[in-house]
Design a protein around this ligand. Sequence first.
Ligand code: FAD
Length: 309
Amino acid sequence: MDVSTKLFRSILLTLAGNRAVESLALKYGLRLGASKFVAGETLEEALEQVRVLNRKGIVATLDHLGEGVRHLSEAASFQEEYLRLLDQIRITGLYANVSLKPTQMGLSLDPKAGYSHIHNIVIHAKSLGNFVRIDMENSPFTDATIELMRRCHAEGLTNVGTVIQAYLYRSEEDIRQLTAEGANLRLVKGAYKEPRAIAYPQLRDVDANFKRLIAYRLRSGVYTAVATHDENIINWVKSFINEERIPLSSFEFQMLYGVRTPLQEQLAREGYKVRCYVPYGRKWYPYFVRRLAERPANVWFIVKNMVKR
Ligand code: FAD
């Protein structure tokens, strides 16, 4: 990554946490172009998009957008929304599970309440035969997020998993322990701004670590989601599973709604399990800005959209 791209990315990731810019952006709504990455502001709109994906042989994970809540009452209403979401998945018969963020459930305000909200959602999902993915946020929450999952597992609630980020130095050790515990994991490169003291600053090192972690997991046979749009990594995974005779049933590819849609469809046609991460809701701003930071060309897409109006 060249210096200007790095700077650009860093500015965008800082803006992702800026409340003033967020209120300004929300005023203009999804019209700004966020609808490329966000399935809608309502659950009904999101379910419609999942229906379209399912018809193409792609399953989904639904994310009701929200993070870093400032009041526990907000976290409690997010919990209610997830319970309703799980019910709607059952009622509609769609192929989807759910993804949620720990700080959306109140983890940073009151860890006990945050745990209780997630626990209630996991119990409800279990009663419906569904699965909950706890997304991984920035590094102050890594330990607590892994711990949340472990506490559920200790109670026999194995229908919950989390995410490991390849940019963190600690991830190799986390993967070893969590694989021994049989935890269902999603592997990603990592989307937040992290200091070089704890995370690889160079993309090529992140990619090399990502491959090491994927190889370790796929050899272990413990169910793994490989979440990336990087075609080099995807092609490498395809060759790896052929060489090592890894069963297709032990992993899935995951990609984000609106990103590399033709590739998602192609992989599904080739017989791979593909899950699309479908975010929806009013609180789309930080998620949207992280997507812009991943690819500067996305900013031009948004600017073009604004100019066309
Ligand atoms: P990159 O090297 O960033 O991208 C490879 C290529 O993919 C790019 O050249 C570009 O062509 C395309 N591409 C990538 N991103 C975009 C984009 N936004 N728009 C258009 N094209 C793009 N991160 C976390 O920290 N915690 C999580 O819990 C988490 N969950 C995720 C769940 C899913 C299903 C996915 C797909 C990603 C998740 N991420 C999460 C984000 C992840 O960490 C990366 O930031 C993101 O996936 C970009 O990295 P990449 O692997 O696609 O590779």
